[in-house]
Design a protein around this ligand. Structure first.
Ligand code: FES
Ligand SMILES: [Fe+2]
Length: 415
């Protein structure tokens, strides 16, 4: 990060902590309509225009370590798999045989020089090309070159692989904007995969996502954990174009260090400033990552049904060398899960609330503006004209979104 940007964030902490009102001219945010969380037609629009058209984080390269390593992946509800080619490149395909649709991969993961459909034996190489089929003489005019596995867009930031179901999507780096720049600062090409966990939660995916876009809840649900060291009142937020955002929350005590990272190796070349604060990035729509020089988690929020979701936590670290994983990681991971547990406690209750007549919509304050920003972008993606008027989130943040394309500092006044 450049020193001017760091200084702007520090100035912003002081400004936010000292203000007695939202900044001059900050708009009253219209309530977020509850129907957005429960209406099946809205969920369909979301699936079509958001989930099936966005870049989403999927796997770390270490999860398919060798040529021929493959891994099934179904978080978007589509049958997909990743395979590392003989050429070293990681590709993503539909797990759908081009003959009559049987899966070509049936194990969760494995290693193979190619994949063979178990139904009638069509065989594809690691590039997805159809290379062999039984009784070829019986097919009239079959052009094998037109029957490769259907490939899905797959691009990476270092070792971190993202996919997009939309073949016409812009390139990953372009789509991620400043959120991608922030992740690139963590030298993702040097990060190794530590582990991942998935937790199913009985709520609409947006209910839990909303909770990770604000620190207004710190004093209540994280009283004995995060609130002991983070000062939510000084939080500096940057709203970026296309729904991405950053929230930097200062430590209460200067020089405080998370005991869960003490002694761990740090990513070479990362700005030491990152270790002196809590910087959380949202890469729209569903990736939240609190950055740390000792590596970081990727929190991915996946819809399952309209009222169930999965939160996946992937951990990455700079290499710790040949030995076993440093023991302090056990504490780091268990501390994180304890905090996550606190965040999960109301999710299923809020789901019941939005299904009831007990709530019409959610009023949001200035501190919660990243949530509004998230929903505004959703309507842009869907197209407001496709959404019933009572379910829309009107655009009011306008000039409060920082239009600068790089990882710019948050402006004190509208940009
Ligand atoms: S469905 Fe795969 S070979 Fe027939
Ligand atoms: Fe929280």
């Amino acid at each position: 990060m450049n020193p001017a940007e760091v200084q702007a964030i520090l100035d912003r902490h002081a400004y936010e902590a000292a203000r007695s009102n939202p900044p001059e001219g900050f708009p009253k945010l219209p309530d977020i309509p509850r129907e957005r969380y429960v209406d099946p037609a809205f969920a369909e629009l979301e699936k079509k225009h958001l989930w099936h058209k966005s870049w989403v984080y999927a796997i770390h390269g270490d999860e398919v370590p060798k040529p021929g390593s493959y891994l099934q992946w179904t978080r978007l509800g589509e049958p997909l798999f990743f395979i590392r080619g003989e050429d070293g490149k990681v590709r993503c395909f539909y797990n759908v045989c081009r003959h009559r649709g049987a899966p070509v991969v049936t194990e969760e993961s494995g290693e193979s020089r190619g994949v063979t459909c178990k139904y009638h034996g069509w065989t594809y190489n690691t590039r997805g090309e159809l290379v062999n089929l039984r009784d070829r003489r019986d097919f009239v005019g079959l052009d094998m070159s037109c029957r490769s596995l259907n490939e899905v867009r797959c691009e990476s930031l270092g070792n971190l692989y993202f996919i997009n179901l939309d073949p016409d999507a812009p390139p990953l780096r372009e789509a991620m904007g400043p959120a991608g720049d922030a992740i690139m600062e963590m030298k993702p090409e040097t990060l190794i995969f530590v582990e991942k966990t998935a937790i199913k939660v009985a709520c609409n995916v947006k209910i839990l996502l909303d909770a990770f876009l604000e620190v207004y809840h710190l004093k209540s649900i994280h009283q004995n954990t995060v609130d002991r060291f983070l000062d939510h009142r000084g939080s500096a937020i940057a709203l970026w174009p296309h729904g991405h955002s950053r929230m930097v929350t200062p430590f209460k005590k200067e020089g405080w260090k998370d005991p869960g990272v003490r002694g761990l190796p740090e990513i070479e070349g990362v700005d030491p400033y990152i270790g002196t604060t809590n910087m959380s990035i949202l890469a729209y729509p569903n990736l939240v990552t609190p950055l740390a020089p000792q590596g970081m988690p990727f929190l991915c929020f996946w819809p399952e049904t309209i009222d169930t979701m999965v939160i996946e936590v992937h951990w990455f670290s700079p290499s710790w060398g040949d030995g076993p994983r440093p023991e302090v990681w056990d504490m780091r991971l268990s501390n994180f899960l304890a905090i996550l547990d606190e965040d999960l406690q109301f999710a299923d209750h809020i789901q019941k609330s939005v299904e009831s007549n007990g709530v019409k919509g959610f009023p949001l304050n200035y501190q919660e503006r990243r949530i509004y920003h998230w929903h505004e972008e959703l309507d842009r993606r869907i197209g407001a004209q496709n959404i019933r008027p009572e379910m829309r989130v009107p655009e009011v943040l306008g000039e409060w979104v920082d239009a600068r394309s790089s990882a710019a500092a948050p402006a004190l006044v509208p940009a």
